[in-house]
Design a binder for this molecule. Structure first.
Ligand code: ADP
Ligand code: MG
Length: 651
C-alpha cells in the first residue's frame, strides 16, 4: 500500500474497528509518516479511539503521542479537533502535516478575526483533516458557531493534565472543553498526557465526561536512565565541568535564569567545551539556529531554561544536568527524560547546595504572593493604564511588564504571578508576548501577479514567499523574516520593509509579529479591596505547589531508589529498584574520570611547565582530588619524582 489513491479507498469509516482496520492504520503510518511499525501502546490507543471509545493515553514524553491521533484521524472521514496549549507546538505540527500534503490549520489568540474566519471556514468547506485550537479560543462565540457546521471525527486533548486542578500545570481555559463536548455529542474524545498522578488520571476522565473509564497506559520506567543527586562542593561550574568529562556526548544543562544560561555557556566555551544557550527571550531565528546546531551535534552542550525541550527530539542525549531544583517532580521527570531516547545508557544529575531547599520554599511565596500584594498589583496596573473606577469592561491595552515593575518598584517574578492570579480569578486576561511569528497571505489572484512591476528586492521577497509557503493564496502562512533575510542574503529590516510595502500595495496581507504583551479587562475596574481570589485559584493551588515542592525536597533527601521514588509519585506502586542510581549503588554512578587521561595530562604538564611543587599541578577541568590521587600513584610507581631545586638544575 503506498499510493495516495489507494489510501483514499480505505478511509471509509466502515473499516474502522473491524478486522482489517489494523492494516489501514499501518499503511497510513507507513505512507504518511514513514515508520514501519507502531511503538509501545500506540496501536492500543489508536484502536480504542478508532472504535469510538473515549480514551486516555498515558505515554512518556517522546513516546509518540501525536501519531495516536494523527493516524486514526486520517483513517476516518471528517475533521479531528485538536486542543493544544502551546502555540509554537501547534504551528510546528500544522507545518509538518502540511509538508506531508495533509490539510491542517490552527486557531489561537493573537489572530485577527478575518484570519480566524478563514481558518474555520476552511474546516467547514475545505475538507480539512486537522483543526488545532488553543483552549482560550474554545469559549468564543465565533468558534462555537462555526464548530456546529464541522463534521468532527473525534476530539483530541493534548497535554490533558492541564484540565485538572490537581495537575502541576492547570489551565483554566481547558475546563471549556466540557462545553465543546456538549456541542459535539457524537465525537469521542482522546486525551493524551505524559504526566498524570493517580488523582489526575481520575480527574481528567471526569472533567472530560468519559462515557466509561478507559485508560491506556505504559510504565514510565526508563531502564537506561541513571538518576543521581549531587551536592555542589566547590562551584556549579566546576561540578558541571567534571560531569561533562565523566559523561562524554551530547548534554543539556537546565538552569532557571536566562542570565545563568548565558554565563554558564560562555564559561564552558572558555574551557574548550562547545556550548550555547537558549531561553524564551531569544528571537525565533536564534532559537532555531541554536537548537539545530545542538541537534546536529555541532555543539555539544545546550545550556537552557525550561523553554528548551518541548518538541525537541534528539535520541542520543547522554547527560541532563539540573543546576537548580525544578519545582515539580512532573517537570523534573520530563526534562530528565530527554536523555537516552536511543535506549543507550544516559545520566540525569540533579545538583543542589545548602541553599537549595530554602530557594525551593521561597518559590511558593513567589508563585502565590500574599493576597494583599495581588490587590496592590491590580490597583497599580489600573493606575498604570489610567483606568478609572468602573471603567474598563472589555478594554485591551498594551502592557509592558518590565516598565510596569520599574515604575511601581515591583519584583518582576511576583508581579508576573500576581497578574497570573488575577487572570485566573477572571479580572483580566493577560497575554505574555506569545505571538512571535509574523504571517502573510496573498490578497491578489495568482494571475494578477504577472501584471505587477516590482523593484528587484521586493520581487525576490515575493518569489521567495511563493516558493516556500504553500497555500498562501487561501490562508495565512507563518514566516520568519530572519530566515527570509538569510536565504536572500539581505538584512532583516529590509525584508520587513518589503513586506510592509507589498501589503500597502494590496498584493499581500502582512501581520507583523507582536512583542508587546497586553491586558484585557474582563470586568469593570473594582476597588482592590473587593478583589476575591477563590480557593480554586489561590488556596488549593498553593497547597498543591507546596506538596510538589515537598516531593522534590524528598527526592533530594531520600535514600530510596531515585527511579522508584519518581515512579511511585506517578502511581506505579510496584516499581522495582533500578539497581544503578546513586542510592541503589550507594556511590556515584557516574563513570570515573579515566586515570590514564589524567596521567597523560600530568606528564605533558611536567614536560612543558617544569613544575617545582605539587601545588603547581592544577587543571581547571579535573578536580584537584583526582589529580592528587593520580600524582600519588605515579610517585609510588616512580613514574615521576620530587627533586630538590639543585637536582632539577643539574638534570
Ligand atoms: P510525544 O508527544 O509523546 O512527546 P511525539 O509525538 O512528539 O511524542 O513523537 C516523538 C518522536 O517519536 C517523533 O519524532 C515521532 O516522529 C517519533 N515516532 C512516533 N511514533 C513512532 C513510530 N511508531 N516509529 C518511529 N518513530 C516514531
Ligand atoms: Mg506531544
Amino acid at each position: 500500500m503506498n499510493g495516495k489513491e489507494q489510501l483514499a479507498h480505505v478511509t471509509a469509516p466502515s473499516l474502522i474497528g473491524r478486522a482489517g482496520g489494523e492494516s489501514v492504520y499501518c499503511s497510513i503510518l507507513h505512507h504518511y509518516f514513514g515508520f514501519s511499525s507502531f511503538r509501545g501502546i500506540q496501536q492500543d490507543i489508536i484502536e480504542s479511539i478508532g472504535a469510538g471509545r473515549d480514551t486516555l493515553g498515558l505515554m512518556p514524553t517522546g513516546g509518540g503521542k501525536s501519531i495516536t491521533f494523527q493516524v486514526p484521524a486520517l483513517a476516518q472521514e471528517g475533521l479531528c479537533l485538536v486542543i493544544s496549549p502551546l502555540i509554537s507546538l501547534m504551528k510546528d505540527q500544522v507545518m509538518h502535516l502540511r509538508e506531508k500534503g495533509i490539510k491542517a490549520t490552527a486557531v489561537y489568540t493573537g489572530m485577527t478575526r478575518d484570519e480566524v474566519i478563514t481558518a474555520l471556514e476552511n474546516c467547514i468547506f475545505g475538507n480539512y483533516k486537522f483543526l488545532y485550537v488553543s483552549p482560550e479560543r474554545l469559549s468564543s462565540e465565533l468558534f462555537q458557531a462555526k464548530l456546529r457546521h464541522m463534521q468532527v471525527s473525534f476530539i483530541t486533548v493534548d497535554e490533558a493534565h492541564c484540565i485538572s486542578q490537581w495537575g502541576y500545570d492547570f489551565r483554566p481555559s481547558y475546563t471549556e472543553i466540557s462545553q465543546i463536548r456538549k456541542l459535539l455529542p457524537d465525537a469521542p474524545v482522546l486525551a493524551l498526557t505524559a504526566t498524570a498522578t493517580p488523582p489526575v488520571v481520575e480527574d481528567i476522565q471526569r472533567q472530560l465526561g468519559f462515557r466509561e473509564p478507559n485508560v491506556k497506559r505504559m510504565s514510565f520506567e526508563r531502564k537506561n536512565l541513571i538518576y543521581s543527586v549531587r551536592r555542589i562542593r566547590q562551584s556549579r561550574e566546576q561540578e558541571l565541568q567534571e560531569l561533562l568529562i565523566r559523561v562524554p556526548g551530547s548534554a543539556i544543562v537546565y538552569t532557571r535564569s536566562r542570565q545563568a544560561t548565558r554565563e554558564l555557556a560562555s564559561w564552558l566555551v572558555s574551557q574548550g567545551i562547545t556550548a550555547t544557550h537558549y531561553h524564551a527571550a531569544l528571537t525565533n531565528r536564534e532559537k532555531n539556529e541554536r537548537a539545530a546546531a545542538w541537534q546536529h551535534g555541532e555543539i555539544r552542550v545546550m545550556v537552557a531554561t525550561n523553554a528548551f525541550g518541548m518538541g525537541i527530539d534528539k535520541a542520543d542525549v547522554r547527560l541532563i544536568v539540573h543546576t537548580d531544583v525544578p519545582d515539580s517532580p512532573e517537570a523534573y521527570f520530563q526534562e530528565a527524560g530527554r536523555a537516552g531516547r536511543d535506549g543507550q545508557q544516559a545520566h540525569a544529575v540533579l545538583l543542589y547546595d545548602s541553599r537549595s531547599i530554602a530557594v525551593l520554599r521561597r518559590r511558593i511565596e513567589d508563585t502565590y504572593p500574599p493576597e494583599d500584594y495581588v490587590r496592590k498589583v491590580y490597583e497599580d496596573a489600573c493606575y498604570f493604564l489610567q483606568l478609572a473606577m468602573g471603567d474598563g469592561f472589555g478594554i485591551t491595552r498594551e502592557f509592558n511588564l518590565e516598565e510596569f515593575c520599574r515604575t511601581f518598584h515591583h519584583f518582576p517574578v511576583r508581579a508576573y504571578n500576581a497578574l497570573q492570579l488575577l487572570s485566573r480569578a477572571g479580572y483580566i486576561e493577560w497575554a505574555d508576548a506569545e505571538e512571535n511569528h509574523s504571517r502573510v497571505m496573498m490578497s491578489c489572484h495568482r494571475e494578477e501577479l504577472y501584471t505587477y512591476h516590482l523593484p528587484p528586492l521586493m520581487e525576490r521577497v515575493l518569489q521567495h514567499l511563493l516558493r516556500t509557503c504553500t497555500g498562501i493564496f487561501s490562508e495565512y502562512a507563518y514566516i520568519d523574516e530572519g530566515e527570509i533575510a538569510h536565504a536572500l542574503s539581505v538584512g532583516e529590516a529590509e525584508v520587513s520593509e518589503q513586506l510592509v510595502e507589498l501589503s500597502r500595495r494590496h498584493i499581500l496581507q502582512f501581520v507583523p509579529r507582536k512583542f508587546i504583551p497586553y491586558i484585557t479587562f474582563r470586568q469593570r475596574r473594582v476597588e482592590s479591596d473587593d478583589i476575591v481570589l477563590p480557593p480554586s485559584v489561590y488556596r488549593d493551588r498553593k497547597r498543591e505547589l507546596e506538596q510538589r515542592i515537598q516531593t522534590m525536597i524528598g527526592y533530594l533527601e531520600t535514600s530510596e531508589c531515585h527511579s522508584r521514588y519518581l515512579l511511585r509519585y506517578f502511581g506505579e506502586k510496584d516499581a522495582q529498584d533500578c539497581g544503578h542510581c546513586d542510592n541503589c549503588t550507594e556511590r556515584s554512578p557516574l563513570p570515573r574520570i579515566d586515570d590514564a587521561f589524567v596521567r597523560q595530562r600530568i606528564l605533558a604538564f611536567v614536560a612543558e611547565q617544569k613544575p617545582t611543587s605539587f601545588l603547581d599541578f592544577h587543571f581547571p577541568d579535573i578536580p584537584d582530588s583526582v589529580v592528587g590521587r593520580v600524582l600519588h600513584q605515579m610517585m609510588e610507581e616512580e613514574e615521576i619524582a620530587l627533586s630538590t631545586p639543585q637536582e632539577a638544575a643539574a638534570s
